[in-house]
Design a protein. Sequence first.
Length: 261
Amino acid sequence: MELTVLGCSGSGPGPNSPSSGYLVRIGDRTLALDLGNGVLGAMHRELDPFDLDGLFLSHLHPDHCSDVSSLVVYRRYHPAPPYPPASRRLPVYGPAETADRLVAQYGTCAYERDTEDLTDVLDIRSVGDGDRIDFAGAVLRTRRVVHPCESYAIRVEYEGRSLVYSGDTAASPALVELSRGADVMLCEATWPHTGPNGELPPPGIHLSGTEAGEHAAAAGVGRLLITHVAVWHDAAILLAEAKATFNGPVELVSAGAHYKI
Ligand SMILES: [Zn+2]
Ligand SMILES: [Zn+2]
């Protein structure tokens, strides 16, 4: 497997990266994980979006799904598509409200939101806690994690190797269970563990660098990749936090980075 970071800026795009989006190459197939603001542009540098084989949406915050609207335009209106789009609808795996959410963000007025139907180009499938999905010879496993909305982490297993992506989550025993023994854990760390006056961040939303390291250590992963640092925080502080709580290799990801899994 190979992981490509299309975007990793937490909670919104930043000067050096789009919002959240990744490609996982599984043999000769490609699965995208999230498609936030600006990610589709970065995707064009890696592959023709027609060649995408599947898309997993961890949750429905805009920084993880807003470019699906642009992907619909591309697949629906491209003047010379490589095949009739309706003959190869893109499988999209996401929370229960994925279809309603994507229609609502695509429709520009109440009439369109009532009549729009994306099923000509998308095949939207709801996921739940503990699901197993067979995809291109790989096994995908999902766990519900802790966030203000329905949100999932995903584990991708292929030919004896494994990658876990946390999506957005606060401290989560389910994330540790899903990540147990994974070769690579791509884990969010959005903010420092303590604020400027020593205060703890609000509960139930995101992980700190300290907590990302703690989750990686508890799960015994081989390597920790830190992502989703909010643009207004110093990533170096979060990286130092994670290194203080996880003894294995840790690094901050950046847009355009590739990793062999
Ligand atoms: Zn986010
Ligand atoms: Zn979120």
